[in-house]
Design a protein around this ligand. Structure first.
Ligand code: MG
Length: 284
């Protein structure tokens, strides 16, 4: 399980959580048994003011042995800031469509990879763990349905860049189990399934059904955000990130070992309530 609440969740919340509460949140999630906790972002503070304190958060956390704390890095300036703050892992974001890429980072897919090349080189020489994301892998708010081959091609480029893991993201939250099955069917044998993660949103209510299809197809890594933090940027008020608690309950019910203590995740979310002020995605 890859916890994305402190980054993907909090960057989409309308409020800014104090630095000390973010630090406590990251530490509590890592203490729950989660082995990857995406901690913050080093995009320009003007673009994501909620995470403007990324360097402070990353510097302040007490790290647990065996836990990775990836941070989102959009360019070499972000990499400089992340490395100065002691980053041990970085996440790179690409999109499956040029339309989304242009809207998100004002660059085509090709231009995005040109930006990534020097980042990946430096990250590798500094021995940082690299994680890639393929946004809008199933559907794009601008270009509509996305062919599996388009998402696969971007995933392959991220692996070629040196990513240890690539997350296939249903950014819009509209993927259905059939779409996930189609994507997995389209995977060429040279794309390593054991290094693929799925990042589902529950906007259309199918996140867990999609997890089930991906599990059956051999995927073993899933992203989720504690408390279902983040919402959906394309449908105000609708759920976005699959909640970590929901994913845990689902995996527990299937008898799958995660090593994560659900009560500890719930406690981490509860401690954040004074700022985010609601509880979403809580498993029954
Ligand atoms: Mg997300």
């Amino acid at each position: 399980m890859v916890e994305v609440g402190p980054r993907d969740g909090l960057q989409n919340e309308p409020v800014t959580v104090p630095t000390s509460a973010k630090v406590a949140f990251v530490e509590a999630l890592a203490a729950s048994g989660l082995q990857v906790v995406e901690t913050t972002s080093f995009v320009h503070p003007a673009a994501v003011p909620q995470l403007a304190d990324g360097a402070e958060v990353l510097t302040a956390i007490t790290r647990r042995p065996g836990v990775r704390y990836p941070v989102l890095v959009p360019n070499t300036r972000g990499l400089d800031r992340a490395m100065d703050a002691g980053a041990d892992a970085i996440a790179l974001f690409a999109a499956a469509t040029d339309a989304f890429s242009q809207a998100n980072v004002r660059a085509s897919i090709g231009e995005t990879f040109a930006r990534f090349a020097p980042i990946a080189l430096r990250a590798q020489s500094a021995d940082l763990w690299l994680r890639g994301y393929v946004s809008v892998a199933f559907a794009c708010p601008f270009a509509g349905p996305v062919a599996p081959a388009a998402a696969v091609a971007v995933a392959r480029r991220l692996f070629d860049l040196g990513c240890a893991e690539v997350a296939i993201a249903d950014t819009v939250g509209s993927a259905a189990p059939d779409d996930v099955a189609r994507f997995l069917d389209a995977l060429p044998p040279d794309v390593p399934l054991d290094r693929l993660a799925m990042h589902f949103h529950d906007t259309g209510g199918a996140a867990l059904a999609n997890v089930a299809v991906a599990l059956d197809g051999g995927v073993r890594t899933f992203d989720a955000a504690a408390g279902g933090l983040g919402g959906c940027p394309f449908a105000p008020g609708a759920p976005g990130n699959l909640a970590t608690e929901s994913l845990l309950a689902f995996l527990d019910a299937r008898g799958l070992e995660t090593g994560v203590e659900r009560a500890a995740v719930t406690a981490a979310v509860d401690a954040l309530q004074p700022w985010v002020g609601r509880t979403r995605g809580r498993a029954a």
